[in-house]
Design a protein around this ligand. Structure first.
Ligand code: SAM
Length: 284
């Protein structure tokens, strides 16, 4: 039902009714352009039986679009007035879909339980916490098999970056642990109210069918953090704190078959996995 996607007038009206003024601290930039919603929905490739997790439904413009293609939507919103108005908004614009929506008032950085297991994520993420929210969801909810998120364009590039590129870093490697990640488009600033200063990017991901390796995730992520905390240092030096000494980091790298003189930005997720596995069999 295309007529019921929300435009600028409807979004402002909904905000007025709920007494909401968008706040920067919560990354509240609402999509006011139905074509952008259509594009997000088309790119997300949601199957008819799927339950979709939406983080930050805001005033509901994307929520209505997801309800049109999904079986069920679980919307996690941190801001109480926004969470409170969402069922009313859906009842008004999609009365037949109201019983297919669950609203959860929670912080997506911390949420541990959902009323139903989601198959996918579709979200216009709050930009200041986009990466940790995405990683938390992938970690916390193994039922999530794929997704499409909108983030700052630069963050989209980072998430999809490959080893050796300038912007390759912690988000790129950690996201690659969970999923195949690719950039799926660019969105201008004028489709939002209020308009952000920088453009946005779409990122799509597909979770790996099997984990890449049997490795302790905490050890793995600590090694990744250490390698990039001191980007300019060699791996042997950068991993010394993590390993306990530069002697041990040297040994671990040798056992992993990785040149200790390289920098972390050259390593893919597979190499970091070898490092974490070598650390396991080299206790001090
Ligand atoms: N989906 C809406 C849209 O596209 O118009 C709003 C997107 S807006 C960029 C981000 C939304 O995330 C806001 O509704 C904001 O209140 C919410 N939010 C911010 N931080 C959050 C958090 N930690 N957990 C859950 N929701 C959050």
């Amino acid at each position: 039902n295309e007529t019921a996607l929300l435009g600028a007038a409807e979004i402002r009206d909904l905000a007025d009714r709920a007494g909401i003024r968008p706040t920067k601290t919560l990354g509240q930039n609402f999509v006011i352009d139905p074509n952008t919603i259509r594009r997000i929905i088309a790119t997300a490739e949601i199957g008819p039986g799927e339950t979709v997790l939406e983080v930050g439904p805001g005033l509901g413009s994307l929520t209505l679009g997801i309800l049109d293609v999904a079986e069920r939507v679980v919307a996690v919103e941190i801001d109480p007035p926004l969470a409170a108005q969402l069922p009313d908004t859906v009842a008004r614009y999609r009365p037949e879909s109201a019983n297919r929506l669950d609203v959860v008032l929670a912080d997506a950085l911390k949420v541990r339980e959902l009323p139903v297991a989601p198959d996918a994520v579709v979200a216009n993420l709050p930009y200041n916490v986009a990466v940790p929210v995405l990683l938390n969801l992938l970690d916390r909810f193994p039922s999530i098999r794929h997704g499409l998120v909108m983030v700052q364009d630069e963050v989209a590039d980072r998430l999809a970056a490959q080893p050796g590129s300038k912007i390759y870093g912690v988000p790129s490697v950690k996201a690659a642990w969970y999923a195949d990640v690719r950039k799926a488009g660019i969105i201008g600033t004028n489709v939002f109210w209020p308009a952000p200063k920088i453009r946005s990017g779409l990122v799509s991901f597909a979770r790996r069918a099997e984990p890449l390796a049997d490795v302790d995730r905490t050890t793995l992520f600590a090694a990744i953090d250490a390698a990039f905390a001191q980007r300019r240092k060699t791996l042997r030096a950068a991993l010394a704190g993590w390993a306990g000494s530069s002697e041990r980091s040297g040994k671990i790298l040798e056992a992993a078959g990785i040149d200790p003189g390289l920098r972390g930005e050259k390593l893919g997720i597979e190499e970091f996995i070898r490092i974490a596995q070598a650390a396991d069999i080299h206790p001090d």
